[in-house]
Design a protein around this ligand. Sequence first.
Ligand SMILES: Cc1cc2nc3c(=O)[nH]c(=O)nc-3n(C[C@H](O)[C@H](O)[C@H](O)COP(=O)(O)O)c2cc1C
Length: 191
Amino acid sequence: MKVNLRNHTMMYPAPAVVVSAYDEEGNADACTLAFATMCSHHPPAVMIAINSTLKRKTLKSILQTKEFCLAFPSVEHAEETDYLGIESGYNANKLDKINFTHKKGEKVNAPLIEEFKVSLECKVMHIAEVGSHTQITGEIVNVWADESVIKNNKIDFELLDPLAYDDITHSYYRTGEKIDDAFKLGLKFKK
Ligand SMILES: Cc1cc2nc3c(=O)[nH]c(=O)nc-3n(C[C@H](O)[C@H](O)[C@H](O)COP(=O)(O)O)c2cc1C
């Protein structure tokens, strides 16, 4: 029997990512987002959604500069990631508070946060207002990964140990181990 839980925003699994941008004075803003996903292969692109009240300082900075970086925090940085999502850059220099360092991206004028092991440099290619949120599509113009998470020349999911987030219970999760190969596992049903 199914239980009807009415309507709620949800996605499984959802990442907890950190987006960053420079404000008009050149200070680095960063905030945590669960609303983030890949959305185009050609060009490679990601979509993020930020509450459009402009109470999010990072949104204001992204809309001004039209560039941002997006990092995939590892479970080991869950505390810092949570802090970036519960404090505003209007009230504190968040990256300084957690002793994180950053430098300007190679292809975009947006802060790359050094402590996060995988980061994307993105240029805004599309903006849409959808309900309560501003959806921003960013073309991925560079991908950076720590050597520590590279295996066979690729980012290794288990080495990265990316932080997952559940919006129903407001909880962080570890995603777990590989179970099989995609695009192969279902082949037996094609026969
Ligand atoms: C786990 C988590 C996920 C979040 N996801 C989003 C999101 O997808 N969109 C959004 O607008 N805010 C999201 N937030 C809230 C912002 O990160 C938060 O309002 C932050 O303080 C904004 O900082 P800023 O003003 O420095 O930009 C999330 C917070 C947490 C802790």
